[in-house]
Design a protein around this ligand. Structure first.
Ligand SMILES: [Fe+2]
Length: 240
């Protein structure tokens, strides 16, 4: 399986603080059937001042550590980009590392605030699309506005945004509200991929299989594999 959203790099955001913890997460990812992980540290104004160049450098260093430790996990580097006007200048300056490609477009993992869907978010999405960048909205099932009503997502779906739902949410790790919303989104056929959004071993481990098998009960076995293997592979341009 391929994990398109996880925080495995040490000391760069609210993921693992040390190399040792990061290696533990990577071992767990491999043991749970993940072969490729796109590491997606936060880029968040005022909190996490990460940029493409520093993320790629750290990911290359961590890949060497994985190889040295005999952990068979292949890394790619991207970012989870918090919605902000700064995104426009980041894009202009080439600071945003993309998840991969969707047809001829670049795919950017876009995080909305957890509390609400900001007014004007669709305008930023329109601007991104004009630049040839297709946003993939991270974990919509945990956004409070969207938990109240999936109608809040409609403008983004109409614009053609991709959706990443958290595998653990489908499996019930984030409570009933997030699980119910994740199931709604799967039932509507709006979900592009499931990803772990792994941060640590306790609350958010790097696992996809519990979510995949729970999703299979809703979307069927074939589509459940599309969510964790075939579609992520297409996005990162990898053989399955
Ligand atoms: Fe994340």
């Amino acid at each position: 399986m391929i994990d398109l959203h996880c925080h495995l790099l040490p000391g760069i955001d609210d993921g693992p603080e040390t190399l040792e913890l990061a290696l533990q997460l990577a071992r767990h990812a491999v043991a749970s059937g993940i072969r490729v992980a796109v590491v997606t540290p936060h880029m968040h104004v005022g909190r996490y001042d990460n940029r493409a160049a520093s993320i790629r450098q750290l990911a290359a260093g961590f890949q060497s550590e994985l190889d040295r430790a005999g952990i068979d996990l292949r890394l790619q580097a991207a970012a989870e980009v918090r919605l902000d006007h700064e995104v426009i200048s980041w894009i202009g300056e080439g600071h945003v590392p993309f998840l991969g490609r969707w047809g001829t477009e670049n795919v950017m993992l876009l995080e909305l605030p957890h509390s609400h869907v900001p007014v004007g978010a669709d305008k930023l999405v329109e601007w991104l699309l004009k630049q040839g960048i297709r946003p993939m909205i991270a974990h919509p099932e945990r956004n409070k506005d969207i938990m109240r009503s999936t109608d809040k997502l409609l403008p983004f779906i109409r614009l053609g945004c991709l959706l990443q739902v958290t595998a653990g949410a489908v499996a019930g790790r984030f409570g009933e509200g997030a699980r119910d919303r994740a199931i709604d989104l799967l039932g509507k056929g709006w979900v592009t991929v499931l990803a772990s959004d792994a941060h640590n071993m306790e609350a958010r481990p790097p696992e996809l299989e519990p979510g995949r098998s729970a999703a299979a009960a809703i979307v069927g076995e074939d589509e459940s594999w599309n969510l964790v293997r075939h579609r992520p592979a297409k996005i990162i341009g990898s053989a399955v």
